[in-house]
Design a protein around this ligand. Sequence first.
Ligand SMILES: [Zn+2]
Length: 284
Amino acid sequence: MFTFLCHVSPIAVPELPEVERAAGLLRTALVGRTIASVSTLHRSAARYLPASVADTLASCVVTRVERRAKYQLLHLDDGRVIEVHFKMTGDWAIGPASLPAPALERVRLVTTDGTRVSLVDGRAFAVMRVHAANASFLPPLGPEPLDAAWSGDLLRAALSRKRGPIKPALLDQRVVAGLGNIYAAEALWEAAIHPNARANRLSLARVTRLAAAARLVLERAPNARYYGHRSADDGHAYAIGDGADEQWCVYDREGEACRRCDGRIRRVEQAGRSTYYCGRCQRA
Ligand SMILES: [Zn+2]
């Protein structure tokens, strides 16, 4: 089990653009629809969504699907909210209920008009649970990097209390919500900032460039990444692919040439996470 968890090549962990895409698929499939049934098909999913709770979702209408950081929130007409977090390998498989069930199905939601939304999850770490109306359950979250209001000024204010290196600071969800390990590394490369640069020492000009770079890598992702690609074409719509076509500038490119300066891409461990950067053109 332990060796299985220590993967050699990176897996396609859902990051913010994938979760945004997943929420979009869910919106199309579920908003305005009535839930016929929800079934928990795996003990890992039953820890969060026991059958006694899943059964109470029948006949609820999904009124709205919201994304906040990497959380997907399904608002129901009785005020309750279904929280979903994909964690490592979660995804939706969406299709007509008449299709054969997708592989690795953990939770199955079927609407009264015959759409099946399955939470599929190889490692079974994903969370799907129900919260009471008006419950407060999200952790403290900073601004959304894709919001038009987010700026270098806001980022610099959030970084002012961060005396450590910039890369782990960018992963603090209170600094910016949902930026994730891959895109933090890619944004730092775009902005030519070394991952070890002191977070609260960066000039406003560099932080402004970093905020723009974060937005750029997140907005570019839907075209550059691998959405909808699955080695098994089973007729379902998926939000996240198999990761085969990823095109990164630094992530997972240790030892390769920098696309900007031909320098060597390096890898270091920071706060327990791999960070990739160009040793030549990213400056502290
Ligand atoms: Zn370089």
